[in-house]
Design a protein around this ligand. Structure first.
Ligand code: MG
Length: 393
């Protein structure tokens, strides 16, 4: 039986999502710390069988979608006025590749949780020679016909199935179905178009995890499902750098005018260094020196924002959320208060968080010790994360 020679996936993020509430398009809202669209895309990327991934988004949301997807390798195409037009644009983009796919899966980003087992079942149906395959679930609720405000006859639910996405197709067949479509009514999925073109569609078992974010409250409900599986972790960071004349002073990602600056191998931003160690501590992934050794010339004069961005990426890679960070800068001078909000704003930008989750405080040591004598600046930080519970062994 033929294995799919080359698989692609199309993820639709072009809907306005007007029914789900919220000010941000639903596919860009963070779900447990990761945008909905990125969760959907990662399900396909992590599966490993897909050579090309295409996202269709509204033309005016291209930059926001790109930002939500970070550095993920993906082809972005413009969505159209209808679901069908968006799929068509994505299919045409795939057809123009040097190596077009043999098979394609088409998925709605509003279903961000895609079990690998469902992908395996769909790919299995294609390998078995099906022109198309869709995941379905039986209908559990009793169904009635609505007649004004009273219930009419019972509908026999036994032969009914709820249709989910992703839907899987032979690429040439779905492309032809789109190019030749002349239906009077706008189809709600691609399987309808394949059936109209005379193809049989195979049904495979769907999964409750594929529920769609449609109505207000759906997103929050899904967020709670994630949060209940996470455990809280705390990390502590501490750092000191020496104050010298003739160096710029970087603190909390902000350059501060001062007679002295901090010396070190990098830009010596002692506040960010403490913060990075706090986050790495909560992850139990070593310390800043282990990841960015001062002995490595690569980090000479490096700006510390990249160290912090790395730590934040590690949290995302572990499937975690940063709930809060609290930073204390310890020095006699300069005064930190006038720069506090600029630091919170800059740290928020680097970390992709709201400033509401970032606290910056300052204190002196009453002219005692190394910070009291102005020999250096110290900083300490604490980070509170939530991470997937470790497996018990
Ligand atoms: Mg340091």
């Amino acid at each position: 039986m033929p294995e799919p020679r080359r698989l692609a996936a199309i993820i639709l993020a072009a809907g306005a999502g007007s029914r789900s509430g919220g000010v941000m398009p639903k596919q860009l809202r963070p779900l447990a710390g990761k945008p909905v669209i990125a969760r959907a895309l990662d399900a396909f990327a992590d599966h490993g069988a897909f050579a090309d991934l295409v996202v269709a988004c509204p033309p005016d949301a291209r930059a926001a979608t790109q930002a939500a997807l970070g550095g993920r390798a993906v082809i972005i195409v413009d969505g159209g006025d209808t679901r069908r037009a968006s799929v068509r644009n994505a299919l045409e983009a795939l057809s123009r590749l040097a190596q077009p796919p043999s098979h394609v899966l088409i998925h709605d980003s509003a279903r961000p949780l895609v079990p690998a087992a469902v992908l395996d079942r769909l790919i299995g149906a294609l390998a078995d020679g099906a022109s198309g395959a869709i995941p379905v679930l039986p209908v559990a609720d009793t169904l009635v016909l609505a007649q004004d405000e009273s219930a009419g006859g019972i509908v026999d639910r036994a032969p009914l199935r709820r249709v989910q996405t992703p839907q899987a197709f032979v690429f040439d067949a779905v492309l032809a179905a789109h190019r030749d479509w002349e239906g009077a009514q706008e189809p709600t999925d691609d399987a309808q178009m394949l059936r109209a073109a005379g193809h049989a569609i195979r049904l495979v078992e769907g999964d409750a995890a594929l529920e769609k974010i449609t109505y207000p409250g759906d997103h929050e409900r899904m967020e709670r499902q994630f949060a209940s599986a996470l455990v809280s972790r705390t990390g502590l960071g501490f750092d000191v750098h020496r104050l010298v004349q003739g160096e710029p002073l970087w603190l909390g990602g902000v350059e501060i005018p001062h007679s002295h600056g901090l010396s070190g191998h990098s830009d010596a931003d002692v506040a960010i260094h403490a913060l990075v160690d706090a986050i790495l501590g909560a992850l139990a992934e070593g310390d800043i020196g282990a990841h960015f050794p001062p002995s490595d010339p690569k980090w000479h004069k490096a700006t510390s924002d990249r160290f912090l961005a790395f730590a934040v990426e590690r949290v995302a890679a572990r499937g975690g959320i940063i709930d809060h960070v609290d930073l204390t800068i310890i020095c006699e001078a300069p005064r930190i208060g006038p720069h506090r909000e600029a630091m919170r704003a800059r740290l928020a930008t680097i970390m992709g968080l709201s400033p509401a989750h970032i606290s910056v405080k300052a204190t002196t040591t009453e002219r005692l010790g190394l910070t009291g004598r102005g020999e250096g600046i110290a900083a300490q930080a604490i980070a509170t994360l939530r991470l997937p519970a470790p497996a018990l062994d």
